[in-house]
Design a protein around this ligand. Sequence first.
Ligand code: UDP
Length: 319
Amino acid sequence: MTKTVLISGGAGFLGSHLADHYLAAGYDVVAVDNLSTGNANNVAHLKGEPRFLFVEADIVDDLPESVTGKRYDIILNMASPASPPHYQRLSLETLRVGSEGTLRLLELARSNEAKFFHASTSEVYGDPEIHPQPESYRGSVNCYGPRAMYDEAKRYAEALIYSYRERYPDVQTYIGRFFNTYGPRMDAHDGRVVSNFIVQALSGEPLTIYGEGTQTRSFCYVSDLVTAITLLIDSNEHDPINLGNPGEFTIRELADIVIELTKSKSAITKLPLPADDPLQRKPVIAKAKDAFGWEPRIALREGLKNTIEYFDQLSNDSK
Ligand code: UDP
C-alpha cells in the first residue's frame, strides 16, 4: 500500500524539497502551509501531480478534513517562520506554531501511529559559550529578547516532544537541529544572509554585513539536509541530533565568496549587529555519523553556485 507523508510548512523552502523527495520515493504527500512565509510557487511544479495535495491551513487551528481524513505514515513538522525578520514580525505566531502547532501534530501522529519528525534548530544553543556545539550543550539563550520567540518556541517544542514520548512511548519521534540551511527556493526577501548576499551581488547592490562580519556560521546545503532527515527517521535515534555542515565561515568570508562566484562589482557596507546575534556557530555531527552514517557532501562553494543559479533564473524570469 502506498505510504503517505504529511508535511507542515510544505510550501516552505525545506518543506517543498521534502515534498519532492518523498514523491520521488513513491509516497503520497500532503503539504499544509498557511503561506505566512511559505510560498505556493515552491510547490507550483507539483500542480496536477495526483499523489500530491496542497492544503492552505494553519496547524495552530483545527485542520480541515482533507488533512485529518487521511492516514499518515510520517508527519514532518516543518512549519515555522525561520528567518529573524520573519519570526520577529510574526512573533506570537512563531510561539504558537512551535507550541500549539507541534502539539496538534503530535496528537495526529499518535492517532495515526505515524513517525513524527520535528524541525529544531541550532538556535536552541543561543549565543553559545562552547564551540563547536554538541547535542549535550544546553545553550545560552536570552528568553526575553528579539530572538526569544523563535529560540524558546523551538526549545519548548523539544521539551514537549520529550514529555510526549514519556507519556506515550509508542509514538516514534525524531528531532533534527538544523544549522543554517541554504539552497534553491530560499525566499529572496526573507533577510537571511545567504539570500541577502546573493540577491545583492546579482543586482550590484552593496552586500550588507551586520557588525564587523567576524561572526561565524556553518552552512548546510539543502540536499544534504533532506538526506539527513530521511536517514534519521529510518534510524533508532530519538534524541535531538545536530544536522549541519561543520564547515565554518565568517560572514565576511561568505561575502567575499559570493562576490567572487557571482563576479559581482558590489561593494560591502556595514550595518549594526542585531542584539543577541550569535557570535559563532558550528555543529558537532559525530552523533549523526555514528547513528546513521550521515555527513554532508556539498561544499559551500558548490552549494552556493547552485543557489546563485536559482536566484539568477528567478530574476531573469521576473524581467
Ligand atoms: N547577516 C549579515 N547580513 C545580512 C543578513 C545577515 O551580516 O544581510 C548576519 C547576521 O547578523 C548573522 C548571520 O549573518 O550574524 C546569519 O544571519 P541569518 O539571518 O542568515 O541566520 P541566523 O542569524 O539565524 O543564523
